[in-house]
Write a protein that binds this ligand. Structure first.
Ligand SMILES: Nc1ncnc2c1ncn2[C@@H]1O[C@H](COP(=O)(O)OP(=O)(O)O)[C@@H](O)[C@H]1O
Ligand SMILES: [Mg+2]
Length: 227
């Protein structure tokens, strides 16, 4: 069976004026389908860069990326956009909701890009609002929601197109520990339902509950630990 995601010797360099930053230096990892996978490492070690590449939001300078067995570099822009939209759901530390849209509209947004009808979008958004227990906040804008509520909207949005792989970049980093546990519980439930869940975290307790932990340092995966 093809891995959900595979990185092979991935390099990523950022150029800023005269300076080059090697954010990834030959990073390799394999995430199995249905796996709960954590990535841990110090600030600046390349975690977010790796996550963007895992989700095909960004392309490596060198090395290969396979998502569900498909070599990402062989896909056209259109195929890439479709795969990103359908296969991968992103959750960010800063929630990244559209401030002018309501909770409901934020959740409906990714479905527009997949050509779903308005009826379908509304039905699915209501179902997802129910799952994250925010039906009573569907008309609220992000600024009218607490951090934990915003992150629950972001989770619902990430699930809008029923992706196989959920990527969460420090999803509890901006939340108090109790709210963070709740968000983590939701990610765990998605894993229990069979989704592949990849989470970047500083929290040892969260990483300790993952099936696999990849430790990253200076842009390389230095250790893989199976729990
Ligand atoms: N868009 C960018 N332009 C230039 N440098 C960047 C960019 N994104 C990240 N970097 C640099 O690349 C390195 C890795 O960053 P990042 O992947 O965000 O690390 P982490 O998420 O582990 O904190 C850091 O030194 C960071 O400053
Ligand atoms: Mg980061």
């Amino acid at each position: 069976m093809a891995a959900a995601v595979k990185l092979e010797n991935v390099w990523k360099t950022y150029r800023m004026g005269d300076e080059t930053i090697n954010a990834l230096r030959g990073a390799s990892l394999e995430i199995k389908k249905g796996e709960f996978f954590a990535i841990q490492g110090p600030s600046g070690s390349g975690k977010s860069t790796a996550m963007h590449i895992i989700g095909a939001l960004d392309a490596p300078d060198r090395g290969s990326v396979y998502i569900q067995g498909r070599n990402v570099s062989t896909l056209s822009e259109d195929e890439l956009a479709e795969m990103r939209g359908k296969t991968v759901g992103f959750i960010f530390q800063q929630f990244n909701l559209v401030p002018t849209l309501t909770a409901m509209e934020n959740i409906m947004l990714p479905m527009i890009f997949q050509g779903k009808s308005e009826d379908e979008r509304e039905k699915k958004a209501v179902e997802l609002l129910g799952e994250v227990e925010l039906l009573n906040r569907k008309g609220h804008r992000p600024s009218q929601l607490s951090g934990g509520q915003q992150q629950r909207v972001a989770i619902a949005r990430a699930l809008a197109n029923d992706p196989e792989v959920i990527l969460a970049d420090e999803p509890t980093g901006n939340l108090d520990s109790g709210t963070g546990r709740k968000i983590f519980g939701m990610l765990k439930k998605l894993h229990d339902k069979g989704k592949t869940v990849v989470v970047i975290t500083h929290d040892d307790r969260i990483a300790g509950e993952a099936e696999t932990i990849a430790y990253i340092k200076d842009g390389t995966i230095i250790k893989i630990k199976k729990n």
